[in-house]
Ligand binder design. Structure first.
Ligand SMILES: Nc1ncnc2c1ncn2[C@@H]1O[C@H](COP(=O)(O)OP(=O)(O)OP(=O)(O)O)[C@@H](O)[C@H]1O
Ligand SMILES: [Mg+2]
Length: 250
């Protein structure tokens, strides 16, 4: 292996009773790359993000971030080690301003009781960095608007800005283009391309094949909690097992 693995997932399983959301999954995200993840509904893509981030506890297997085993760590510790994520369903504080939504994420980073008790407001470094991410996502001029007033596409991009709080080494995006129209999706592609230079590595779960082809350096296809193909987007999307998973038998 020549490339440095930012994330390494091995033999990862997550069971819900008899449902195998993840079933022995193996994958790596390398430094400087965007790894695309595709697969039919229920393949386990969101379960993967939830298990990496400690939102779900793995049934078995290992998740390693830059050489540190994070499998058993609580969610806030994993986030502090440099893993940012967005949710498939938008989760913003609608009454707070756009900027405050990003600043809140810095608070969630320092979930030590003591530091949060003695900290009120945000420091200038956090403010400056939050504004930087808003600029990257073309939301700086909307910083003081309430999050609830944003268009759907802007709300989705604010989710990404918030996931960048603390400058993660690994960014996990769960269907960032879901529900976006074509021009919003095209804008998102440019935004994520720009982000790639600032974030060590990105894992991108998406159903939009245009976005996946444009952005993924490598692509992994999942079905029933397993990896069924891996390689360049062109090779993976023409793989017979992948076509079968999407289109059914034959
Ligand atoms: N909290 C949970 N409790 C029980 N079953 C769950 C839970 N979370 C996920 N599952 C099950 O695990 C499997 C994988 O679900 P997951 O949400 O990861 O799919 P997905 O690939 O993200 O699908 P989609 O493309 O629709 O978002 C499904 O069978 C789902 O019902
Ligand atoms: Mg999902």
């Amino acid at each position: 292996m020549t490339e440095k693995a930012v994330l390494s997932v091995s033999a990862l399983c997550k069971y819900f009773g008899g449902v195998r959301a993840l079933d022995g999954l193996e994958l790596e995200v390398h430094q400087g790359e965007i790894l695309g993840i595709v697969g039919p509904n229920g393949a386990g893509k969101t379960a993967l993000i939830n298990t990496i981030t400690g939102f779900y506890r793995a049934t078995s297997g290992r998740v390693v971030l830059n050489g540190t085993d994070i499998t058993e760590l609580p969610m806030h510790a994993i986030s502090r080690l440099g893993v940012g994520r967005t949710f498939q369903n938008i989760r913003l504080f609608k009454r707070m301003s756009v900027l405050e939504n990003v600043l809140v994420a810095y608070k969630q980073h320092t979930t030590h009781l003591f530091s949060s008790m003695f900290r009120s407001g945000s420091n200038q470094a956090e403010q400056a960095q939050a504004m930087h991410w808003l600029e990257m996502l073309q939301l700086a001029d909307k910083a003081n608007l309430s999050a609830g007033s944003l268009s759907y596409g802007d709300a989705r991009r604010l989710e990404i800005a918030r996931a960048l709080a603390g400058k993660p080494q690994l960014l996990l995006l769960d269907e960032p283009a879901a529900g976006m129209n074509e021009s919003e999706t095209l804008q998102l592609i440019t935004d994520i391309q720009r982000l790639k230079d600032q974030v060590g590595a990105i894992m991108l779960v998406e159903h939009d094949m245009h976005l996946i082809r444009q952005l993924s350096d490598r692509l992994v296809t999942m079905d029933a909690g397993k990896k069924i193909a891996e390689g360049t987007p062109e090779a993976v999307l023409s793989h017979p097992d992948v076509l079968r998973a999407y289109l059914g038998e034959d």
